[in-house]
Design a protein around this ligand. Structure first.
Ligand SMILES: Cc1cc2nc3c(=O)[nH]c(=O)nc-3n(C[C@H](O)[C@H](O)[C@H](O)COP(=O)(O)OP(=O)(O)OC[C@H]3O[C@@H](n4cnc5c(N)ncnc54)[C@H](O)[C@@H]3O)c2cc1C
Length: 567
């Protein structure tokens, strides 16, 4: 017997990216089914620990940011990153990041001044996914089918058919949909089915990753606990993430070049060297998931009605905490494009924007991550032999190492550029003008209203975040007006004629007017600038048609991305 299901959109994989994609679609009023192999409530592997500000902004729109922020480490547990000779050894440097209790009141740290209503959050995937899953399950247009494994996908001119198996009963299930998105992780079946191939750097380094329970570790620390504690010594470099802030820890042991496979290294000995403890120290292994750092990117993110998102489309070393976060940005992007098309106001051409926008950005982020991983490798290989010596030379070595560690790592742990700086340079949906977007680095960012950039965040007079005031559902474009004398009727009429949702928002904040520098700015549903001007354009229908994907690439668009355009 084969069971048949029909849905407008099928998401294969209910990891963090699949869940966010489905939630964004449901919020835009699109019915969506998620097929997930795991049992309902089955924990994911203990991987990701950092949720970027940009992802938290998306969670805010979805109404789950507060629940996510209230989960994870205890409210007063430090989110700092500490560098020590060993976990229990001498501290060399500390990057201050407020605990979640103080996240909105303590602005002293390197990310304290960020222009966002939602600063980053430190939380392990173990805690994050259940929050996302329970919120997703409560959404009326969203269904999650657990224990359902998709085995094959095929498309025709009218839709996609997925063949699946119920892992509980063994029953065959056939699902017919208009669009299918593979959020099925690094070994994605969907990626293979659309003929995409991964390319890049398939080996950067090996990490032995062990999830442990060590109830006594807190008592052994000489310094206050941190969220991440790096061990820097000539014997063994590694990192320990606090998972519950009490007794569970994730220990990463970075293998050296001469350690050619995972089994070549005695795991227990390495863990004790990283922690800086002897054989008397008790701990229990809860799990292990060794991984190879790579930089791989799919050469296409779409084949007609089938798309890939998240790790299915790109896998790289999780530097700067940007693996899942890049996937969540893919998901938000694709969700509004699909919704605009399925609601009937945007032709299929709007879907071309997904790959045109996201592929170059993920390429950029992957290079940032790899370059950073290589810089860290070099730093580990150059640990001074006397870093633990109780001598003036040892003290000087520790001070110098501490400065270097801070300088290099504050860029990845407080990466304003990766959060806010990236811009879409070659989108068919954006009306570019003569000004180029400001350059950015991993850590630095200049807010800008240049089309393609993130819509700069400001606080409104009534204390609300601009982002909370932007029209959220449907999806809807927002017309920001900084001068109430400017006539917007032609633009609103043109949007109305094309049935494209466009909501006017008057922004009466002098600083914002100066920052934006134009009387009118159109912000997309994903908070990127689509157009700006001093007045409505003479032919507003042409602009509206561009925004809804009804015309080809803009003649004024910049050249297609051909490598990292970072300065
Ligand atoms: C050690 C480590 C630390 C990391 N830290 C961070 C970090 O701090 N920040 C960050 O942003 N990223 C981090 N990452 C990366 C992050 O974990 C991944 O990018 C993220 O999990 C990708 O999410 P995803 O939903 O795309 O894929 P996955 O999490 O792999 O989810 C895929 C889902 O699809 C399901 N599935 C697969 N095939 C099928 C099928 N055929 N049918 C049905 N279901 C299927 C799977 O069961 C799974 O639930 C880290 C990674 C590692 C290894």
């Amino acid at each position: 017997m084969t069971r048949s299901l029909v849905t407008p959109v099928l998401v294969v994989g209910g990891g963090p990216v699949g869940l966010v994609l489905a939630m964004c679609l449901a919020r835009h009023g699109v019915e969506v089914l998620v097929a997930e192999m795991r049992h309902r409530g089955e924990p994911p592997s203990v991987k990701c620990n950092h949720v970027s500000a940009r992802s938290m902004e998306i969670f805010r729109q979805l109404g789950v940011a507060a629940r996510v922020r209230d989960s994870g480490l205890p409210a007063a547990h430090c989110h700092d990153v500490a560098y020590r000779t060993t976990t229990t050894g001498v501290e060399l440097a500390r990057i201050m990041i407020p605990c979640r209790r103080d996240r909105f009141s303590d602005t002293h740290g390197p990310d304290g001044h960020w222009p966002t209503p939602e600063p980053p959050h430190r939380i392990n995937q173990l805690y994050l996914e259940p929050v996302l899953a329970s919120c997703a399950q409560a959404m009326p247009k969203l269904r999650i089918a657990n224990r359902l494994q998709v085995l094959d996908v095929a498309q025709d001119d009218h839709g996609v058919t997925a063949e699946a198996r119920d892992l509980g009963t063994g029953e065959r299930v056939q699902i017919r949909c208009q669009f299918l998105i593979g959020c099925d992780g690094g070994s994605s079946l969907v990626r293979k089915k659309i003929g995409a191939t991964l390319s890049g750097t398939d080996f950067i380094g090996r990490t032995q990753s062990t999830f442990i329970r060590a109830p006594d570790l807190l008592k052994w620390l000489k310094h206050p606990p941190a969220w991440a504690t790096f061990s820097v010594n000539p014997r063994r470099c590694g990192n320990v993430y606090a998972i519950d802030g009490v007794e569970r820890w994730l220990v990463h042991n970075y293998l050296r070049h001469d350690e050619a496979d995972f089994d070549a290294v005695d795991r227990d000995r390495a863990i004790r060297q990283i922690l800086g403890v002897g054989s008397e120290f008790r701990y229990e292994v809860l799990g292990q998931e060794d991984w190879i750092a790579r930089r791989l990117l799919a050469d296409r993110f779409r084949n007609r009605r089938i798309f890939i998102c998240g790790d299915a489309a790109h896998i790289w070393v999780p530097m700067a905490g940007y693996g899942m976060n890049a996937g969540i940005a893919d998901a938000e992007n694709l969700a509004w494009l699909l919704a605009a098309h399925l609601h009937g106001w945007a032709p299929e051409g709007i879907l071309d924007a997904y790959e045109r926008e996201r592929l170059p950005i993920t390429e950029q982020v992957s290079r940032f991550a790899m370059d950073h991983a290589l810089a860290l490798q070099r730093q580990r290989e150059a640990v001074p032999p006397d870093i633990e010596a109780e001598t003036p030379q040892g003290e000087a070595a520790r001070a110098a190492a501490g400065r270097a560690l801070y300088e290099l790592n504050v860029q990845q742990y407080c990466c304003a550029g990766l959060n806010f700086g990236y811009h879409y340079d070659d989108s068919p949906l954006i009306a570019y003008d003569a000004e180029r977007a400001p350059a950015y680095t991993m850590a630095s960012y200049t807010p800008s209203s240049v089309p393609g950039c993130r819509t700069p965040h400001v606080w409104l007079r009534d204390g609300r975040s601009l982002y909370d005031a932007l029209a959220a559902e449907s999806p809807t474009y927002s017309l920001l007006r900084f001068d109430p004398r400017v006539d917007v009727a032609p633009l609103l009429d043109a949007a109305h004629r094309r049935r494209m949702p466009l909501a006017l928002l008057d922004v009466d904040v002098p600083d914002a007017a100066a920052l934006y520098g134009h009387a009118l700015v159109i912000s997309r549903p994903d908070r990127h600038v689509a157009w700006r001007g001093a007045a409505a354009p003479i032919q507003p229908l042409n602009l509206i048609d561009r925004l809804r994907g009804a015309v080809g690439p803009s003649p004024s668009a910049g050249p297609r991305f051909s490598g990292p355009s970072l300065h």
